[in-house]
Design a protein around this ligand. Structure first.
Ligand code: ARG
Length: 465
């Protein structure tokens, strides 16, 4: 029932053994083992610093570094025997190191605590992951921009309240997502700058009595800065929250696009065809081709947002400094990373393989009075105050509806009953292309504006030939 505490690195002050249930309950090895490379890199840097400061001999440090290399090789190769009695990856590595090199292994933990050790490991881990995610977002942006280029001039009904509103270029619609994804990348870079700080040297919470050199350790681990405050260094998890918030926004953006793809691929919209390779079928209804990838991206946004909330709740009541509650940061962090990355990559695949159904989209431009605002704008150019113009067009739309006609199908005489200042040149304003191209205000959907915007993004993403 109880394991022997004398074998544990902290066993000295304990009389009896640890209850098996407690051992299982407190163990983090099954998830934090994934940090082993970072843990070992941190230990190597720490040992080198200790030797440089004369706290270890050069021979001891060399034995430690070589031993750690062997341990890493074993874990890489899958031959490392994890012992369930090891609480976490830190202890597992140290136990094996000591088994390989003997007494020198027992000196590695001088001037260090698992508290600053784990604070380091997750920073190193997240630093890599943030880089990978920024790259994946870059690839997604490239896919979006390629699609925008492919269908540059397709005009979609733009919606507000999911009611047809005004015509917009499809490429303009896609470039809206590009803006979100660029901001998503910026948020990741921004949080990286804040957490790219080496916490080693905080030790348990108060710093170390040894003449350590944290700037040197930081340099070995490629950190541009070191801790300012030991208490903060071991208890700060702001950066995981910031990352989880950035990840949640990425998922929210993906989820909104996923929702549009799902709607657009329905028979009711039928604007797009998602490639077979990115859909699945139904086990009962033979005709079905379901947009499951988009649905799962939308669905997985819930769990990432949940992790953000969970992390905030875990932190909110913690007194300084380290508390074991902080071990609960890792599974949500890992799951966030493991969820967001494939979603970003899958969305890029969906976009790269998307086909637009141009005739269906063109048909949807009819019947929604999409150029009603253009008629009001036209009347303003004729000297009618906008509010009056708005009312006149409203009445014209009502009339057209009773006739089962579009605005452009009415005669000038019919229109003049409601809008006396309308003239024949109004009919140009009622054309969909003109409606789009008149919106040439900055950031507007006019083809000229969108062409500029698209070219700028292509340049930014290295897509210009
Ligand atoms: N597994 C712990 C964590 O994830 C490592 C630090 C443990 N520190 C301690 N004093 N028990 O936070």
């Amino acid at each position: 029932m109880h394991s022997n505490n004398k074998e544990k690195p902290w066993g000295g002050r304990f009389g009896g053994g640890t209850a098996k249930l407690v051992e299982e309950f407190t163990c983090s090895l099954h998830f934090d083992r994934r940090l082993y490379r970072y843990d070992i890199a941190g230990s190597m840097a720490h040992a080198r610093m200790l030797a440089r400061q004369g706290i270890l001999t050069a021979a001891e440090a060399e034995a430690i570094v070589n031993g750690l290399q062997t341990v890493q090789g074993e874990i890489d190769a899958g031959t490392f025997l994890f012992d369930p009695g090891d609480e976490d990856i830190h202890m597992a590595v140290e136990r094996r190191l000591t088994a390989i090199i003997g007494e020198a292994g027992r000196k590695l933990h001088t001037a260090r605590s698992r508290n600053d050790q784990i604070a380091l490991d997750i920073r190193l881990f997240l630093r890599d992951q943030v880089g990978v995610l920024i790259e994946a977002l870059q690839d997604l942006r490239r896919a979006g921009v390629r699609l925008a280029r492919r269908y540059f001039s397709v005009i979609l009904p733009g919606y507000t309240h999911l009611q047809r509103a005004q015509p917009v270029l499809f490429s303009h619609h896609l470039l809206a997502y590009d803006e979100m994804w660029r901001r998503d990348q910026g948020r990741l870079r921004d949080c990286l700058v804040r957490f790219n700080v080496c916490p080693l040297g905080a030790a348990a919470l108060a710093g170390s009595t040894f003449p350590i050199d944290p700037p040197y350790t930081a340099e070995l681990l490629d950190f541009p800065a070191i801790l300012n405050n030991s208490l903060d260094a071991v208890s700060d998890r702001d950066f995981i929250v910031e990352f989880a918030a950035a990840a949640s926004l990425i998922m929210v953006h993906l989820s909104r696009l996923a929702e549009e793809l799902i709607l657009w691929s329905s028979a009711e919209f039928a604007f797009i065809e998602i490639a077979d390779a990115f859909c699945t079928g139904s086990s009962i209804m033979p005709q079905k081709k379901n947009p499951d990838v988009a649905e799962l991206i939308r669905g997985k946004s819930g769990r990432v947002i949940g992790h953000l909330t969970g992390l905030l709740v875990t932190l909110k009541g913690l007194p300084l400094a380290y508390n074991r509650d902080l071990q609960e940061d890792k599974e949500p962090l890992f799951d966030t990373v493991d969820t967001v990355l494939p979603c970003v990559r899958l969305m890029a695949g969906v976009l790269d393989n998307l086909a637009l159904k141009k005739e269906k989209i063109a048909a949807a431009l009819q019947g929604g009075f999409l150029t009603a605002t253009d008629m009001a704008d036209y009347l303003v150019t004729q000297g009618v105050p906008f509010r009056t113009a708005h009312a006149q067009v409203g009445q014209t739309v009502r009339f057209a509806e009773t006739q089962g006609k579009e605005l452009a199908d009415l005669t000038l005489e019919e229109i003049k009953q409601f809008a006396p200042l309308a003239e024949a040149d109004l009919f140009g304003w009622l054309q969909i292309e003109q409606s789009v191209n008149r919106r040439c205000s900055p950031g507007g959907t006019a083809a000229g504006r969108v062409a500029e915007a698209l070219a700028a993004v292509e340049q930014e993403l290295g897509l210009t030939s």
